[in-house]
Design a protein around this ligand. Sequence first.
Ligand code: NAI
Ligand code: MG
Length: 372
Amino acid sequence: MAKYRIAWMPGDGIGVDVMDAARIVLDAIALDAEFIHADIGWEFWCTEGEPLPQRTIDTLKTCDCALFAAITSKPKEEAEAELIPELQGQGLTYRSPIVRMRQLFDLYVNLRPCKAFKGNPLNYRDDLNLVVFRENTQGLYAGVEFHPLPAEVREALEAHSSRMAAFHDVPLEDIALSCRIFTRRGCQRIVRRAFEYAQRHGYPTVTLVEKANVIRETSGLMVREARKIAAEYSGIELWETNVDAMAMWLVKNPQNYGVIVSSNMFGDIVSDLAAQLVGGLGFAASGNIGDDFAIFEPTHGSAPKYAGQYKVNPTAMLLAVKLMLDWLGETETAQALEQAIADTIVEGKVRTYDLGGSNTTLEVAEAVAARL
Ligand code: NAI
Ligand code: MG
């Protein structure tokens, strides 16, 4: 029996291309793992009304972790129109399978390292090594949303907040409400993981990105919990910044930052900004990590116009494999893979179109594999 069971979810579009690249590298390192294909994506929405079928969830439960590439998703009306005729008009609604997997498996950390590899022509600067810890299960993306606003929700809010008076004359159908829900435990665990990481990797600071001067209750809770946790780590300083200012600082002085921690939406935005500083979608990988399960993925989507052409950069996917190896405890192999990726980039001979080259997705993977 293999040491690891890993769910294998290419999904849609270029997801298939980059997963083929991942396989080349995994074969080269001869990871002792069994890869179990699992269905996910647009095809299963169209034919089964569910982009994340129950059989896939069952498979995931038998695995140590998962590799996922990308899925296609489309707006409400289009999604409905592409369902097979038998499934139309049944009130089926599309739910993002990746958001669902994060919630189902309580994958509360979204880990997004953003490292500038030497020789990457897309780097904003060459001295960046940022790591974003984005909370992945609560906050504005928890999905507690209303439109129109139910009358009893308005009544309850008016009874508890004088600020609601400002909206009293607005018709219920003209009000949309998205709830930003923070829990103490949710704040504590994401901040703690960030500090543990900073300690393990020798970062002198953890930067908390919130907006506590305006969003007093939710961001306020996060700041208070972060201060308590920071007090346990004497060698690491907690820097507190507002999200708007952070957008500016990350463009002005990104080299001053290391570990960054934030709530779901702010972390989503800040991590995209950070990713672009080190080459953008072709280089951005993330780990969705819980206490005993994790899913690793490139940040990019299915890029339909390049699907099946084996043109896109597999580096993001290969870095997702590297994150998986780290998480599995295969530290030396992870290090070797990152070095092989770094050496391939700095040599600059084998490059996909985004780096001005004309090599294929698989040629890049083979160049990396040849160094392993
Ligand atoms: P996208 O990330 O798929 O592609 C945007 C553009 O970025 C591409 O056209 C291409 O020019 C470039 N790009 C993306 N990955 C690249 C790579 N590995 N190498 C080089 N260039 C790369 O985003 P888009 O076009 O907005 O969305 C396409 C589909 O993907 C949509 O259905 C969207 O909903 C879905 N999506 C899925 C995500 C996921 O699976 N986690 C994340 C983002 C979008
Ligand atoms: Mg994003």
